[in-house]
Design a protein around this ligand. Structure first.
Ligand SMILES: *Cc1c(COP(=O)(O)O)cnc(C)c1O
Length: 349
């Protein structure tokens, strides 16, 4: 007989602090004032695992979820309240529109052709994105005169800020255009602010805010820092411990050379997991509050760390990567968004 075919769990996992995720949503909902906070859970909830994030957020009280792709909607459909999901990329084909109607998922209509596709499929409750200055996806201000828009039944009327985390006149300009859009298109709920937009104040809140990054522990602007807690932490097992002599090197290209005898650990975490080479000789792993620096190059499946601060740690013990996003972004040179979304597929989530 075949054994149970499910293989043993891998020695690398992405710890998710569910309480912190729920608390971040609640804080952002509070900071949204009279508006309600939704949640952007696209890109596998920014790499944290869309199914578990959706579950936690729905339990915390979130009632509006945004994904980018139709496949991402399908993935969480059974976990969120009926009618609470929107697909930001909208219907690119008749098949998309048909699926949306059958699944009870709202398309975000972004162009005259998407409006036509939706009407051709029979229409129904939808969301509409209007571009007020980012010049990415969305109807242009000129498109608002299109008579077909009057045949739509619009729930959420969206626009998206280009530079919400900065102090720039573009924010005000987008705000004024958005107010004009809201006056000219009938809708149930208006939505402008992403995470950083929430910190711009009540004028930007409308009826519904759409945080993503800050839910998952990202801090786009200083004003949000006191309200946001770290949510994810990569963790890996020590696979081997070795003692090296002074003068010996560690890893590819021998970029680290021991000045004295050392006890080092080889952990199951590498750039294929999203722990990129930018952490070489720079990253920090931790065991409790003990600091275990990365030695030499990060390789595809493993990284070597200094175990001097943790003489009790051995093979099979777990360590966690320093991954507080604002600081990790500063050290790595990557954006907080990238640090989340590049987390690899091998993690147990
Ligand atoms: C991704 C996204 C958001 C969330 O933005 P954050 O900066 O992560 O808070 C909100 N709205 C739209 C349209 C998005 O694409």
């Amino acid at each position: 007989m075949l054994p149970d075919l499910r293989s043993p769990a891998p020695p690398v996992r992405l710890a998710l602090d569910k309480a912190a995720l729920a608390a971040n949503w609640q804080a952002l909902d509070r900071l949204s004032g009279a508006a309600t906070a939704g949640a952007a859970i696209k890109a596998d909830a920014y790499g944290t695992g869309a199914r578990r994030a959706a579950k936690v957020l729905a339990e915390a009280g979130c009632r509006d979820f945004f994904v980018a792709h139709w496949r991402e909607a399908e993935e969480v459909l059974d976990l969120v309240p009926q009618g609470s999901l929107s697909v930001l990329h909208g219907p690119m084909s008749a098949a998309d529109a048909v699926w949306a109607r059958e699944a009870g998922v709202r398309p975000v209509l972004n162009s005259p052709s998407q409006v036509q596709t939706w009407l051709d499929a029979g229409g129904g409750l939808c969301d509409v994105m209007v571009d007020t200055g980012i010049n990415r996806l969305g109807l242009s201000m000129a498109d608002l005169a299109d008579e077909r828009l009057s045949r739509l039944e619009i729930d959420v009327l969206l626009s998206h800020l280009a530079s919400a985390e900065e102090e720039t006149p573009l924010n005000q300009q987008q705000l004024h255009r958005w107010e004009e859009v809201c006056r000219s298109l009938p809708h149930r709920r208006a939505s402008l602010a992403n995470s950083a937009g929430i910190a711009l104040g009540r004028d930007y809140h409308g009826d519904l805010t759409r945080p993503g990054l800050a839910l998952y522990g990202g801090v786009p602007c200083a004003a949000l820092a006191p309200h946001i807690a770290q949510v994810v932490r990569p963790e890996a097992a020590i696979m081997q411990v070795r003692n090296i002599a002074a003068g010996e090197s560690v890893g590819y290209n021998a970029t680290f050379v021991a000045a004295a005898p050392m006890r080092v650990g080889v952990i199951s975490l590498g750039y294929a997991d999203g722990y990129l080479r930018c952490w070489s000789s720079r990253g920090i792993l931790r065991a409790g509050d003990r600091v275990l620096p990365v030695l030499g190059r990060v390789s595809m499946d493993m990284t070597v760390i200094d175990l001097a601060a943790a003489p009790d740690l051995g093979e099979g013990d777990w360590v966690s990567a320093d991954y507080a996003l604002p600081e990790a972004a500063r050290v790595s040179g990557l954006s907080q968004y990238e640090l989340l979304t590049l987390l690899g597929r091998r993690f147990v989530r």
